[in-house]
Design a protein around this ligand. Structure first.
Ligand code: OFO
Length: 170
C-alpha cells in the first residue's frame, strides 16, 4: 500500500506520460506531413517510449495493490510554423516532465516512502537523458538544419533511430 497523496501524484503522472506520447505523435505527424520522415521517425519513437513510461507507472501501482485511475488525455494544441518549433517545444516539455517527477520524488522523500523513491530513481536519470537528447537535437538543428543539404542529412540520420524498451524492470 502507498500513501494517498503519492497514489494521486502517480496517477497524475500516468496521464502526463500518455499526454507526452500523444504530443510526440502529433510532432511526428507534423514532420511526416512535411516529408521529413527521419524527424517523423525520431518522434514516433519518442511516442513509444512515453507510452512505455506510462505503463511502468501503471505497473508500479498495480504491484502495490493501488487503483489505477485513467483520466482524459488532452489533445495536443500546438501548431508549428517552422521545423525548429517542435524541437523547442519538446525540450520545454521534457523540462516540465522532469519537474513533475521531482515533485513526486520530493513528496516521497518527505514521508520517507523509500520504495517510491527507489522506483523514481530510474525516471530521474531517464529525464536527465531525455533533456540532454532533446537539447542536442536542437543544437544540431541550429548547426545543420537551416541548410537544405544539412537538413537532408540530419533527416537521414534520424531515420535510423530504433526503439529500445525501457531498461527498468518492475
Ligand atoms: Fe517520459 O520520458 Fe521524458 O517525458
Amino acid at each position: 500500500m502507498l500513501n494517498k497523496k503519492i497514489v494521486d501524484l502517480l496517477n497524475s503522472q500516468i496521464n502526463k506520460e500518455f499526454y507526452s506520447s500523444y504530443l510526440y505523435l502529433d510532432m511526428s505527424n507534423y514532420y511526416y506531413d512535411k516529408n521529413l520522415n527521419g524527424f517523423g521517425n525520431w518522434f514516433a519513437i519518442q511516442t513509444q517510449e512515453e507510452y512505455a513510461h506510462a505503463m511502468l507507472f501503471v505497473k508500479y501501482l498495480q504491484n502495490n495493490s493501488e487503483k489505477v485511475v485513467l483520466n482524459v488525455i488532452a489533445a495536443p494544441d500546438k501548431t508549428y510554423s517552422d521545423f525548429k518549433q517542435p524541437l523547442e517545444a519538446s525540450l520545454e516539455h521534457e523540462i516540465f516532465i522532469s519537474a513533475s517527477i521531482n515533485d513526486i520524488y520530493a513528496e516521497a522523500f518527505a514521508i520517507k516512502d523509500f520504495k517510491t523513491m527507489q522506483f523514481l530513481d530510474w525516471f530521474v536519470k531517464e529525464q536527465g537523458e531525455e533533456e540532454q537528447k532533446s537539447d542536442d537535437l536542437n543544437k544540431r538543428y541550429d548547426l545543420f538544419g537551416t541548410d537544405a543539404r544539412g537538413l537532408y542529412l540530419l533527416d537521414v540520420e534520424l531515420a535510423s533511430r530504433t526503439y529500445n524498451a525501457p531498461s527498468l524492470v518492475i
